[in-house]
Design a protein around this ligand. Structure first.
Ligand SMILES: O=C(O)C(=O)[C@H](O)CO
Ligand code: MG
Length: 267
């Protein structure tokens, strides 16, 4: 079976954030990811990781003003200074949390914006981020996200993400391969696992059911089959990454909702 990481933004919502670490450890997870840690002091998060024997495998750089609708800064001309500040903050947290990788969100394409200018800004920011992260021994990830969940998001397809990683050719710039988004946008998920994992350009994976974004035990995707494909391809190419459980428990945020939904992991 793949190595699963609990996404503490989406899971265990019946607990306050700092208590989710213990809940995940009690359910047998040894790794966690989340979106944005910045409401918590990094040292408090590091203590929860340490106290519960967990490793941090991913989190996101600050995305701009999320409440105001921003979903990343990297593609936005004129926001380069804010982007660099966001990366510096993320790298500080990554150091304290000993987290090897940071997801950098692209942002929403402004209406009427010149696509080539957005792409040029995106690549320049990613090159800067990869260089800054390399000095700290961290990876920078870019994730194709579907436009049903995030209308206007700049990066939507696996091939576009891999083309960017190849064009910049920074060894620590990689793709965050979310199987949920891949199914929504493109389908052909097992074939894309077989195609992209051996490239060495996939830095992290995530999953959820489609279209509900619940546990990986229902909906359009056959995760029993996909886990077997992932095991086979990972063993063949030496991929040793993590599969983030980035889903909303179908039981919601009631006590025990996440734990009761983990039958898929217990085989
Ligand atoms: O939306 C996703 O799938 C992600 O992983 C982003 O990090 C948060 O929106
Ligand atoms: Mg994702």
């Amino acid at each position: 079976m793949p190595r699963f990481a609990a996404n503490l933004t989406m899971l265990y919502n019946e607990h306050n954030f700092l208590d989710r670490f213990a809940a995940a450890a009690q359910d047998g997870f040894c790794a966690v990811e989340f979106l944005f840690p910045y409401e918590q002091a990094a040292k408090d998060l590091a203590l929860r990781l340490q106290d519960n024997g967990l490793q941090q495998v991913l989190f996101n750089a600050p995305p701009g003003d999320w409440a105001a609708g921003e979903r990343g800064l990297a593609c936005l001309p004129g926001r380069e200074a804010a982007f660099r500040d966001s990366m510096e903050r993320a790298l500080d947290y990554a150091h304290t949390l000993q987290c090897p990788r940071i997801h950098v969100m692209a942002g929403l394409a402004p209406a009427g914006a010149d696509a080539s200018a957005l792409r040029a800004t995106y690549l320049a920011n990613l090159a800067w981020a990869a260089n800054a992260a390399a000095a700290a021994g961290r990876e920078v990830l870019i994730e194709p996200i579907n436009q049903r969940d995030m209308p206007g998001y700049f990066l939507n397809r696996q091939d576009a993400a891999h083309a960017i990683v190849q064009e910049l050719n920074a060894p620590n710039l990689k793709v965050q391969f979310d199987l949920y988004h891949c199914q929504v946008v493109e389908g052909d998920v097992a074939t894309k696992i077989r195609h992209y994992l051996p490239t060495g350009r996939v830095g992290h994976m995530q999953m959820a059911s489609v279209p509900e974004r619940h546990e990986p035990d229902g909906g359009e995707l056959n995760y029993s089959y996909l886990f077997a494909v992932l095991d086979e391809v990972s063993q063949a190419c030496g991929w040793e990454g993590w599969l983030g459980c980035e889903y909303r428990p179908r039981l919601g945020a009631v006590a025990g909702a996440t734990s009761q939904g983990l039958g898929w992991m217990r085989g």
